[in-house]
Design a protein around this ligand. Structure first.
Ligand code: ADP
Ligand code: MG
Length: 496
């Protein structure tokens, strides 16, 4: 089904009852039309409040640019922390040897090994494993979480063989991708500022996460050194740059969201005395904390208030995978309560926070069957909801409204960063090919999200400039990226 979501009036003009319903008893007709007439105003209001026409996008992009500058001027100068990554040199392609990477995201934990063969042979082989992070560990102690990570890594390292080869007498080295806000103190140390994305692990905030991991590796008797601590955006940038010199910006759209980019050291006023041989460094924006000019609704405010970090990560709560499904659930619950969307009773399961996940709303939006069968079965399986066709159409409109807003705002954020870089060095970004490396399960799996994001970028930049800006999905780039950064910061002499 193609859903027209841009029009805000009259939203239900195209909703026709299917032929089978025409002959149905009067009573059912009344119920169905009631679903539409009562919920139409709620949907219309939602669509108006979530609308992201060009002026709103421009305003958000401009606020992002301004907040970046404020965050670069002084620590604490803006919502954006603009954290120094201590990554001053990006991969060249010459890297050689066996390196590991581990990645703690919001949903998954991944381990990877890569055998790098220098400029000629590049990536000779990779192996990886992925497990989802058990729910209880998200609310447990720091030791429990890090023991889980170290033991997964130890088991994976035991299976090393074949082409993977560590020169005699060397210690294994790993990159550690840790996708939570960290105050980096060097390339291989950093203090956790706070957990995000629903994590509430006790005893980690204020501690060096590399020390936490090292202690856990010792407990697991795993002899491995963390030679680079990076977040997923920085690792993605490094991984993508290994293949393509035009990559200057990386964005993560997964459970949470973040962005980083290559900045000139002399454009960072708060940085005094930092030496970088390249004159450049990667800045981790932590843009999930951005909050200016976003079109928000009561559903967003209620979700925020009920979250474990109220008032924080507002951009993340509007655009990232952890929250889109939950916002939709809150809208549907309101429609069920106030507008009888699913009949007289309000389905009990629909009151459960996070019961509707972003992959569910993605699957519903992709249902192009005439009677929206997939929507029907997802609503039934996930929320125990019985729905008629009109209700299902409303549900897909709600999904589309929330996803369109999130993805277009993500696009505006990207343009905000590009704009900042262009303002500082005219022509360097817009006047030539510039690649935005993109990773994360949301971007990867949600076709509507990708399309809307690209549309917003095109609208903001105009046809000519947007031809130069390439948004590229670099799948698993962050794994290789972290391993490459481990190689760049190896304690051993480089073989090249
Ligand atoms: P992490 O953020 O833990 O590193 P990912 O980058 O793999 O993990 O992103 C996982 C997130 O991607 C999920 O929380 C979900 O929001 C989103 N996602 C995963 N699969 C889909 C899908 N099929 N459709 C839409 N979103 C999805
Ligand atoms: Mg990730």
């Amino acid at each position: 089904m193609s859903v027209n979501v841009t029009s805000t009036s009259p939203v239900f003009g195209s909703f026709r009852l299917p032929p089978s319903v025409k002959g149905a008893p009067r009573f059912r007709m009344a119920v169905r039309s009631n679903v539409v007439s009562v919920n139409a105003p709620i949907l219309t209001k939602l669509q108006q409040e979530c609308a992201t026409p060009l002026p709103v996008l421009r305003h958000v992009a401009g606020a992002m640019t301004a907040d970046m500058r404020a965050g670069l001027a002084v620590d604490g100068g803006s919502d954006l922390k603009m954290i120094l990554s201590y990554v001053d040199s990006l991969p060249t392609g010459n890297e050689r040897g066996l390196f590991y990477a581990l990645d703690l995201g919001g949903t998954n934990f991944r381990v990877l090994r890569v055998q790098l063969g220098g400029n000629e042979e590049r990536v000779q082989a990779t192996e990886f494993e992925q497990v989802s992070i058990p729910q209880e560990l998200m609310f447990g102690t720091s030791e429990e979480l890090f023991d889980f990570i170290a033991s997964g890594l130890a088991k994976f390292a035991e299976k090393e063989g074949g082409i993977f080869h560590l020169p005699h007498g060397r210690q294994r080295e790993t990159g550690f991708t840790f996708s939570f806000p960290v105050k980096q103190t060097s390339i291989d140390s950093g203090i956790l500022i706070k957990w995000t994305k629903g994590f509430a692990v006790s005893g980690t905030a204020g501690k060096d996460v590399v020390a936490c991991l090292n202690e856990a590796m010792q407990r697991q008797r795993l002899d491995m050194r963390v030679s680079a601590l990076v977040n997923d955006a920085v690792a993605t940038l490094a991984g993508a740059r290994y293949w393509d010199d035009d990559v200057t910006l990386a964005v993560i759209l997964g459970t949470g969201t973040n962005a980083c980019y290559v900045e000139r050291v002399d454009a960072i006023p708060k940085l005094q005395g930092h030496k970088s041989s390249s004159g450049k460094t990667i800045i981790n924006t932590e843009w999930g904390a951005f909050s200016k000019g976003l079109p928000l609704t009561m559903f967003d405010r209620d979700m925020d208030a009920a979250s474990i970090n109220p008032g924080e990560q507002i951009f993340e709560k509007t655009i990232s995978g952890m929250y889109l499904g939950e916002i939709v659930r809150r809208v549907l619950l309101k429609m069920a309560e106030a507008g009888g969307l699913f009949g007289k009773a309000v389905p009990e399961k629909l009151s459960m926070p996070f019961v509707l996940r972003t992959p569910d709303i993605c699957a519903m939006q992709q249902d192009d069957s005439e009677d929206l069968q997939a929507v029907e079965s997802i609503l039934y399986d996930v929320a125990g909801v019985e729905s008629n066709l009109n209700a299902r159409k409303i549900v897909t409109e709600v999904c589309d409204t929330i996803v369109k807003r999130g993805s277009r705002l993500a696009g505006a954020g990207i343009v905000g960063i590009l704009q900042k870089m262009e303002e500082d060095s005219k022509g360097v970004i817009f006047g030539k090919r510039t690649v935005v490396a993109m990773d994360g399960g949301l971007y990867e799996n949600y076709p509507h999200y990708r399309t809307y994001l690209q549309e917003a970028v095109n609208e903001l930049l105009g046809t000519e400039i947007s031809k130069n800006i390439v948004i590229e999905h670099t799948k698993d780039g962050s794994g290789i990226g972290a391993a490459l950064l481990a190689s760049a910061n190896s304690k051993y002499d480089h073989d090249y």
